[in-house]
Structure formats: structure tokens, C-alpha cells
Design a protein around this ligand. Structure first.
Ligand code: ZN
Ligand code: ZN
Length: 346
């Protein structure tokens, strides 16, 4: 089968590999119908993910059809359409039992797919811990609707959840890219009084306005003043930082009102500093970290109910045979691309 494979820094190729087989009782084999490319895949490509194993098939955003399951799998069966969770987790360790599946201590726990074990930019993928890592796609939900469930949508859902958003709140989302947009979809479910999305790319703000005209949009210049002008208590009640730059990190705490919650979702390529003397008396609560993808079933129910729609993010579609072009366009942000959908059968 064809599998897009990482061989070392800067070296990704569509390789011919044997179809994966069941190795452990908890495994499932999924025929990938649709996959996507994530910024993390670019980080692997450029050698900035040391955990990535040369020879590994990349790809961790995908949906497909279960082909086979191991003897220990109880929740999914062959023939079912499933969304694959970016995190594989055992469901039994201390962290899993507390719902912190990102910190699962199993050797295959956390983000392993498409990094430490073969991922889904391929015709087939082996998913360990299939009972926790796969969620059945409800009838009537298309592959494109379900595509982001296990990764960026799980991230947005988790970010909105831990931000403890109340009905009177103004929520500022910094970074309106794919993760920011997914976060917005999930923040709106909490029915805050007001949402502001900040991004420096006008086409991203346009997409937000086109689908959510009630949301305020602005660029990063003068964001502090803009936020002050649209809030009553000296800043946003909740700030969710999806931007990932030095500037966006500083804006996140600067735009927060005293006693606000600042949730940092972004991944930075270098250390950030908290200027504590400048923040003294602001009494902020920071929440940080990677996605805790344990709500995929609920996310799919919300998609089925028409309450979450991330299909506007899909701007480009490619067959797996043309994956190199898909990467090229995504990496260099050509042609207004936001997210690509890769048809792994073609
Ligand atoms: Zn990702
Ligand atoms: Zn675990």
C-alpha cells in the first residue's frame, strides 16, 4: 500500500509498504478514507520533532472504515465508519482514569500515531487501543464533517472546556487559523456574551465573519485597546491563545482582565517569559498544555446535531497520489489554503 513516509529531516516520500496487521488484542486496522495535513506534520518534516522515528508513516488526522479488530476490542467492529483520535490511550492508568488521556503512561500513550508509530497518510493504519482511540461516526455525518474530530477539533473542544466560560463572558481567541477556528466553534457552544477573534491574516478573519457574523474580528495591532473598548472590566474575561508567536503570548496576558483565565493552546518553537512584575496584582490563572482528546464521541454528536461545522476550513482536496503537491501548497500557504483533505483511496 502507499504510505507517506518520513525518512529524516526534509525527506518525505510516498513509499510502498506492506498493509498493517493486528499485533495486539486491542488493535484495529482502519482503511483510511480521508486524511489531512497538520502543522505538526511540517514540524516532523523539518526534523523539529525529535520523537519522530525515521521510516514512520506520518499523518494523525483521519477518518476511515474499520477493516479488522483484535480479540480484545469491544466497542468498534469491522465495517463501522470511525474518526481516529490523535492520542492513543489505555483508559486504565492514573492519568486516563482522571480524564487526562494526553498523559497516558502506556508506551503507545499520547501522540504516537504518525510520529512514533505509523500514521494515517496511507491507505491503511493500525490503531492501538482501538476502543479508546476510535469513535464511530454517526449516520448522516460525512467524512469531511468528521475529519478534524480527533485532532484540531478535539483541541478546540478541550480549550473551550478548560476555559470555564460563563454566559456573561467576553472571550478573546488569539490566532484564527485552523485550531483557532475549531476553538471558536466550541467556544460559541458555551454562549458567551461576546467573542473576539484576532489574527494577522485577513482571509482567516473573513472566514470567521462569513460563518459567524456576530463575532468581532481584528488584527494584532492595537489589540489591547480594541479589547478594552469592547469589554467592561479592563480586558477579556477569558483569553485562549492559539497563535504560537512571542507577540501572541504577550498579548494573551495583556488583553486579559484582572482575575481572568488565560488558556494557552499554542505550541511555541522557543521558551516564553512571564513578566511577573508587570503582571503583579492581575491575579491571572494560566492553563497550558496539549490537547486532552477524550471527548471525540461528544464532538461527533454535536456535529451530527449541526452545532459544530468545520467544513469551511477545507479549502483544498487532493488524492494521496498527489500528496507532495498537497504538502507544498499547505506548507507555503499557497492559493489561500487553510486545510487540505486527502483522499487516501485515490
Ligand atoms: Zn495535528
Ligand atoms: Zn492511560
Amino acid at each position: 500500500m502507499r504510505a507517506y513516509t518520513y525518512y529524516g529531516s526534509g525527506d518525505l516520500r510516498l513509499a510502498d509498504k506492506p498493509r498493517p496487521e493486528i499485533k495486539e488484542p486491542g488493535d484495529a486496522i482502519v482503511r483510511v478514507t480521508l486524511a489531512s495535513i497538520c502543522t505538526s506534520d511540517l514540524h516532523i518534516k523539518h526534523g523539529s520533532v525529535p520523537r519522530a522515528v525515521p521510516g514512520v508513516t506520518i499523518g494523525h488526522e483521519m477518518v476511515g472504515v474499520v477493516e479488522a479488530v483484535g480479540s480484545g476490542v469491544a466497542k468498534v467492529k469491522p465495517g463501522e465508519r470511525v474518526a481516529v483520535n490523535v492520542e492513543t490511550y489505555c483508559g486504565e492508568c492514573f492519568f486516563c482514569k482522571n480524564g487526562w488521556v494526553n498523559n497516558c503512561t502506556d508506551p503507545d500513550g499520547g501522540w504516537a500515531l504518525g510520529c512514533r508509530i505509523d500514521g494515517g497518510l496511507a491507505e491503511y493504519v493500525r490503531v492501538p487501543h482501538a476502543d479508546t482511540g476510535l469513535s464511530v461516526i454517526p449516520e448522516g455525518v460525512t467524512d469531511e464533517q468528521a475529519l478534524f474530530t480527533g485532532d484540531i477539533l478535539a483541541t478546540g473542544y478541550w480549550a473551550a472546556k478548560i476555559s470555564e466560560i460563563g454566559p456573561g463572558d467576553t472571550v478573546l481567541i488569539i490566532g484564527g487559523g485552523p485550531t483557532g477556528y475549531c476553538t471558536l466553534e466550541c467556544v460559541l457552544l458555551k454562549k458567551p456574551a461576546r467573542v473576539i477573534v484576532c489574527d494577522r491574516h485577513p482571509e482567516r478573519l473573513e472566514l470567521v465573519r462569513a460563518h459567524h457574523p456576530e463575532v468581532l474580528t481584528t488584527g494584532p495591532e492595537g489589540l489591547r485597546e480594541y479589547t478594552l473598548a469592547h469589554t467592561e472590566h479592563g480586558g477579556a474575561d477569558r483569553v485562549i491563545e492559539c497563535g504560537g508567536s512571542d507577540e501572541s503570548f504577550q498579548l494573551a496576558w495583556q488583553c486579559a482582565r484582572p482575575n481572568a483565565i488565560v488558556t494557552v493552546v499554542a505550541l511555541y518553537d522557543r521558551a516564553q517569559s512571564l513578566p511577573l512584575p508587570d503582571m503583579y496584582g492581575k491575579n491571572l490563572t494560566f492553563k497550558t498544555g496539549g490537547v486532552d482528546g477524550c471527548d471525540c464521541g461528544e464532538i461527533l454528536r454535536l456535529i451530527a446535531a449541526g452545532k459544530i461545522d468545520t467544513t469551511p476550513l477545507i479549502t483544498h482536496r487532493y488524492p494521496l497520489s498527489n500528496i507532495e503537491r498537497a504538502f507544498e501548497v499547505f506548507e507555503h500557504r499557497r492559493d489561500g489554503v487553510i486545510k487540505t483533505a486527502v483522499d487516501c483511496a485515490r
